[in-house]
Ligand binder design. Structure first.
Ligand SMILES: Cc1cc2nc3c(=O)[nH]c(=O)nc-3n(C[C@H](O)[C@H](O)[C@H](O)COP(=O)(O)OP(=O)(O)OC[C@H]3O[C@@H](n4cnc5c(N)ncnc54)[C@H](O)[C@@H]3O)c2cc1C
Length: 373
């Protein structure tokens, strides 16, 4: 890269806080820092010409957990830990709506629907029988009443006759959300440098080297690179997880009325205007999808097309486009916010709910970095 002295001098000089990654977490953290202390200098370094991981490629569900997913979590990590994660999602979404504004991210309060397999009566009955108990937990922890309700499924005949509806969820346009966050960060004085790929963090002399040939000094560093973090920190406890998504062309009589989850949230679909967005299914090939490389696989595409046909026969011939995004996952569903060095903090491992958690995590990271928490 042909940098002038001026460019090098500007980009390489240290800010008080440097963030790697301009996804929802990097931007939210920068905004939270500046909202508290406008005089603190904050710089974000992003490898692409715009955010390029999950935040602009996701499905845009504003959700905090389906019944089957929460029951599964309670079974594995216990009620307290599960509710702690649900609270992060709930408060994250509240913060996001307050900050961005519902119009600026095209939020539609359409609810969330968990569908069940026609032939898997056992899962439906388990979820139905435990939904009252879950509702009580959510009332205790979030103060919301009758979160999950059993309803008759009139629209999607290929699924079980009843579904569980969550009236507190909605759908958004993730790129509009990110665009607003970017604008807010810039207005608050955050310097965002696109097109700088960090390839090494030198913890001894507090510099970041970039693929483009710069050495950027930092004082305090926050790593918000989620599913790509292992490229910088090979032993960190986060794995990349690719998710493939399709969007159909406009369809007449689109049957979708809300955001839909199936199979513990592994499969999801929603309307966008007259179109259907459908994605997920990485559990069909977990090892193949443990990658930080964007792209597609026949196994997942075939599976998603098969599912699309159940929702809207003929729609697999009406696909407008495919894309993929990279999440960061791990054994634990809790984000990893750890000091890996005196002055280096991580804000990674957002799993499949980073839209929900991102703003809350940004607040937590700001608090930690400002007060050495
Ligand atoms: C297909 C898909 C659907 C999803 N659907 C939903 C949903 O409906 N609801 C929900 O809540 N969540 C959803 N998620 C999850 C959510 O999108 C993520 O959890 C969230 O966006 C993570 O944000 P982040 O800022 O941590 O990471 P990212 O958005 O991935 O941002 C990380 C940034 O770091 C940059 N970067 C990486 N390495 C470097 C480097 N070496 N140097 C400089 N920059 C670097 C990347 O380019 C990227 O812009 C979905 C994810 C995917 C992939």
């Amino acid at each position: 890269m042909n940098y002038s002295f001026w460019e090098k001098y500007f980009i390489e000089s240290p800010s008080e806080i440097t963030i790697i990654g301009a996804g929802i977490v990097g931007l939210s953290t920068a905004i939270s820092i500046k909202e508290r202390y406008p005089e603190v200098s904050v710089k974000i370094l992003e490898r692409s010409t715009s955010p390029n991981g999950a935040s602009t490629k996701n499905a845009g569900f504003s959700c905090f957990g389906s019944v089957s997913e929460l029951l599964d979590d309670i079974e594995h990590i216990g009620e307290e830990a599960c509710m702690e994660i649900v609270k992060m999602r709930w408060y994250g979404l509240k913060k996001l709506k307050e900050r961005v504004g519902i119009e600026n991210m095209e939020y539609h309060h359409v609810g969330g629907t968990e569908l069940f397999d026609k032939n898997d009566l056992q899962t439906f009955e388990k979820c139905q029988s435990q939904s009252d108990q879950l509702n009580e937990m959510l009332e205790d922890h979030l103060g919301i009443k009758t979160c999950y309700q059993v309803q008759r499924n009139h629209q999607l005949g290929a699924f079980h006759d009843y579904h569980l509806f969550n009236a507190y969820e909605g759908i958004i346009n993730p790129v509009k959300m990110m665009h607003t966050l970017h604008r807010m960060a810039v207005q608050l004085g955050v310097q965002i440098f696109y097109g700088h790929t960090i390839d090494d963090i030198n913890m001894g002399d507090y510099t970041l080297s970039t693929v483009e040939g710069l050495n950027i000094h930092f004082q305090k560093l926050i790593i918000c690179t989620n599913g790509f973090t292992r490229r910088l920190l090979p032993n960190i406890e986060v794995n990349p997880a690719r998710n493939q998504v399709l969007m159909t062309k406009p369809l007449s009589n689109n049957p979708l009325k809300s955001g839909y989850h199936f199979d513990r949230g592994y499969l999801y679909f929603r309307p966008f205007q007259d179109r259907i967005l459908l994605g997920g299914g990485r559990n069909m090939d977990l090892s193949g999808e443990t990658t930080d490389a964007f792209g597609h696989s026949i196994i997942i595409q075939d599976y998603l097309c098969e599912r699309l046909e159940l929702i809207y026969p003929g729609a697999s011939q009406q696909i407008d486009c495919w894309w993929s995004g990279i999440m960061g996952v791990g054994e634990s569903k809790k984000p990893l916010t750890t000091w890996i060095h005196d002055d280096i903090l991580t804000g990674i491992r957002l799993g499949g709910m980073g839209v929900a958690i991102g703003s809350h995590l940004g607040e937590q990271l700001a608090e930690k970095v400002l007060f050495n928490g």
